[in-house]
Design a protein around this ligand. Sequence first.
Ligand code: SF4
Length: 245
Amino acid sequence: MSEEKRAVQVSGLSRKRLMDIYERLYARFGPQEWWPGETTLEICLGAILVQNTSWMNAARAIGNLKKEGLLTESALKKVRRDRLARLIRPARFFNMKAKRIKGFITYLWNRHEGDVDNFLSLSTEKLHEELMGLDGVGRETADSITLYAAERPVFVVDAYTKRIFSRLGHFEASKNGDKDYLALQERLTARLPRDAPLFNEYHALLVRLGHTFCRPTPKCEECPLRAVCPYPGDEAGRINGKGEK
Ligand code: SF4
């Protein structure tokens, strides 16, 4: 794609365009019912367990904790770290993740009376700041907890989001991952209504698209965004004002 054309597309990201993308995804995939988790504590643990692995692996680890009756703040405070690590083994990096979960739980007991909902009731800014201060909680994990457990309108930007919006012509990655994260998040947040259920569904739909069609080698033929996406062919007339093929 030429630099000139890319510049036009990057600046062409409007609320209308974003909602059009959303509606196409929703029409194809339907509601995703995220985040899968019965309690706010389970959602927080899931956000840590899913780091660098698939949701299926994280869900197996959560299933093990559930079977052992460990999905409470008290039980997780008491359980030994080595036992916890064994139980969450399916989520990979289990020693590191057991340490992170123990750190999260210790923080809850030290600062929030051992009650995750007490923690989640902080203002969005304070909650985010405290989450980011915890060991092993980066921006994506903190945003996932803020959106899916605390239900605040914070757009989660993951590798799928970057890849899809890059291919749609609305984002150019640099070598600075954190700067990219914030730039894309700001771009999306500034244009969408600040609505937690919308951000919830939008992110979940992007993940679904990234899993199914917009993979490293994309399956554009069947993609619900094919008619409005310039990638990979950049065929004239597919987008912006010349109608759909
Ligand atoms: S058309 Fe292809 S590149 Fe564009 S979003 Fe769909 S799968 Fe990704």
